[in-house]
Design a protein around this ligand. Structure first.
Ligand SMILES: Cc1ncc(COP(=O)(O)O)c(C=O)c1O
Length: 386
């Protein structure tokens, strides 16, 4: 989709892009300033493979204050992005043929990461509200199941899993000796009355069977700086650090200094960004709730909405392009061609009738794009059945 958008842009088309997986904000000023000073002071050398002790300590403090989880700095590995943190955790935990449960819709990279670790991804559909379905998870569990990979707030659905569901999931995982990899990268982007909880805070014994994943990308708008954190029991953290030492040598040293400054002094910038996303989330939810032909559990976190097309749209032909809409992927192609709005299709996230809207875009762009989406849905609905 991104390649197609670039192609159309090169031909002069003005596309409203709601595809971004990263905040459209600057990092906290303190982080940028610290990085510039670090470069000038010649700090661009290797650091210890698992990150500087100062940043590991600061991350441990952050995980305790914001997530209620106590880790020693030795149990926190600074990684070159949360993504590598997840992959390294899987490489450390999974042996060939081990199964990893992944509630879907889910981030596209998860199944591939499991395969790289020679594991078998087992995709388990969530319920209609995009919350994990414990009965379905239990039905999918076998003697080969080693871990479950979870993500709340969720990319692509924007769902924030409620406390009781997370607690039940944590207790279930513990009872069956499963490892939990909890990707909490969007934890600071939660809206309205919703609260983020870590399953390990709700089921404390689970911390010994879990890897907590977080980082700077989404919370501090530092995606390209490539700093994430993996926190795990000490023996596992050591294995993850050992892998990282051979794979990456260390995370970027200048980014580590910038991240330390952001964690220590960037809280206000983070809050301002969260507030802006909350306003956009409200705007998007309100519009989607009254749009014809869509069903969309209201997003509560991250910066995505994931509406499903209803039967009043599926199977019909779009009057402008003549294309039949059989999936969310068909719909977004029509939307790009007819209305110059770029979205992501749901197939890549495990739900073909859906599509993803990112609200990492200005309110003006969002409003314009939502008008065009509504107009297209109306036109398809009015077109009669095919
Ligand atoms: C669910 C999820 N986890 C992890 C990441 C990657 O984070 P990082 O930039 O720290 O590697 C992303 C990025 O889009 C994501 O959506």
């Amino acid at each position: 989709m991104i390649a197609r958008v670039r192609e159309l842009q090169a031909q002069g088309a003005e596309i409203l892009e709601l595809t971004a997986g990263e905040p459209d904000f600057r990092p906290p000023e303190v982080a940028e300033k610290a990085a510039m000073e670090a470069i000038q002071a010649g700090k661009g050398r290797y650091t210890p493979a698992s990150g500087t002790m100062a940043l590991r300590q600061a991350a441990a403090n952050w995980i305790e204050s914001d997530f209620g989880l106590r880790y020693s700095p030795r149990e926190v590995i600074v990684c070159p992005g949360a993504k590598i943190g997840i992959s390294q955790a899987l490489l450390a935990l999974i042996r060939s043929g081990d199964e990893v449960l992944i509630p879907t819709p889910s981030w596209t990279s998860y199944p591939e990461m499991v395969r790289i670790a020679e594991g078998v991804p087992v995709m388990v559909p969530c319920d209609r509200n995009h919350l994990p379905d414990l009965e379905a998870l239990e039905a999918a569990r076998t003697s080969a199941t080693k871990a479950i990979l979870i993500n709340s707030p969720c990319n692509p659905t924007g769902a924030v899993w409620p406390k009781d569901r997370l607690k039940a999931l944590g207790e279930w995982a513990l009872a069956h000796d499963l490892w939990v990899i909890s990707d909490e990268i969007y934890a600071h982007l939660v809206y309205g009355d919703n609260r983020h909880d870590s399953p390990m805070a709700l089921v404390p014994e689970l911390q010994q069977r879990a890897v907590w994943i977080g980082g700077m990308s989404k919370a501090y708008a530092m995606t390209g700086w490539r700093i994430g954190f993996a926190a795990a029991p000490e023996a596992l953290a050591k294995t993850i650090g050992g892998l990282q030492s051979q794979l990456a040598s260390c995370p970027n040293s200048i980014s580590q200094i910038a991240s330390l400054a952001a964690l220590q002094h960037g809280g206000e910038a983070r809050q301002q960004m969260r507030q802006a996303f909350e306003n956009r989330c409200r705007l998007v939810s309100e519009r989607l709730a009254i749009m014809p032909g869509l069903e969309c559990p209201a997003p509560q976190g991250a910066f995505y909405a994931f509406p499903r097309l209803q039967d009043s749209i599926l199977g019909r032909r779009d009057p402008a392009t003549g294309r039949q809409i059989q999936s969310g992927d068909d719909f977004i192609e029509v939307l790009l061609e007819a209305d110059q709005v770029a979205l992501m299709g749901g197939t890549a996230f495990g739900e073909p009738t859906a599509f993803r809207i990112s609200f990492a875009a200005s309110e003006t762009v969002l409003t314009d794009a939502l008008d065009r989406i509504a107009g297209r849905l109306q036109a398809i609905q009015n077109s009669g059945n095919d």
